[in-house]
Ligand binder design. Sequence first.
Ligand code: NCD
Length: 327
Amino acid sequence: MNPHYALQVNADGKLRHFLTVEGLPKELLTQILDTAESFAGVHAQQVKKVPLARGKTIVNLFFESSTRTRTTFELAAKRLSADVLNFNIATSATSKGESLLDTLHNLEAMQSDMFVVRHNASGAAHFVARHVAPHVCVVNAGDGRHAHPTQAMLDMFTIRRKLGRVEGLKVVIVGDIKHSRVARSQIHALNILGAEEVRVVAPKTLLPPQPESLGVRVFHDMDEGLREVDVVIMLRLQKERMAGALLPSEQEYFHLYGLTEKRLARAADHAIVMHPGPINRGVEIDSEVADGERSVILQQVTYGIAVRMAVMSMVLGNQASSLREGE
Ligand code: NCD
C-alpha cells in the first residue's frame, strides 16, 4: 500500500492525519472541498462559530515563520469552537535544547488533540505523526520544501469557486518550483483532481532535477507557458532556501518571468491569477496584476479558513471514532 496513504487514512478509509496530498484518492480531496463549502458561510453568521470541535485542544506548533497560515489555522480552530494554544518556539524550551520529541510528549501530557506543525525540515510532520499518541491528529502546515497540503487544497477550492471545476483545466505554476512545497502539493492535487494539463515555467536553476517526473509539462519561456491557460499561479523566489546565487538579478528575473498585464493577455480571457503569498511586488508580479480584477490572491486567504476548518473537523471526527475503538 502507498506509504503516504497508510499513514494518513484509517482502516475505514477516513482521513486521520493530513500530511500530504500525495497518494490520497480523488474522493477524499473532493470530500475536503465539499466540507469546506459547508463552512464557507460561517463568517457571515452573527456568531462566527460552529460547535464541532468544542472541548478539543489544538496546538499550533510553528517552528518557522508564517503570517497567513498560522493565523488562518488559529481562526479556523476558533470558528470550530476549539481551544487553541499557540506554541511560541522563540520563547519555548526548544531554544534551551529540548528535542522535538520531548516537546511533543510534554504537549501530549496536557491532553492535546491535534498538532498543526510547520517545520523547516522536509518530513517533520510525518515524523511527528509517527510518534504521537494514537488519539492525537497531525496536520502539516508546511515541511521544508516537501509539502503544504492545506495550501494546495485552499487553492483547489479557490479554482473550483471561481471556475466551477478543476477537471479539464490548464494550470501554469510560474517561479521557484525547486524550493516550493506549495508547488509540489498543488501539482499532486491538480493531477489527482483531473486537471487537463499542469505546466511549470521557470529557469533551469529554479527547477528540481527531472521536473517532468512531478507530472508537469516544463516551459522555460513565460509567453509560451501562459498560452491559453485557465489559471496562473505565481510563486515567490524563496531566497532563504537558495544555497547560492541562482539568478542574475531580481530585475532580470522580473523581465523574464514577472507577471505583467501584457503577459497575462496570453492566458485565456477568463483566467484567474493566484499566489500563496507572501508576494514580492515587482519581482515575480507587477502591482497592477496583483491588485487587478483577475487576481484572487486575497480570496485565497479567506477560503483558507473554510478549508482548514474542513480538514480539522474531518481529522478530529475520525479521531473520536478511533478513541471509541480503543476503549
Ligand atoms: C508559503 C510557504 O510558507 O510555504 N506561504 C504560505 O504558506 N502561504 C510560500 C512562501 O513562503 O513563499
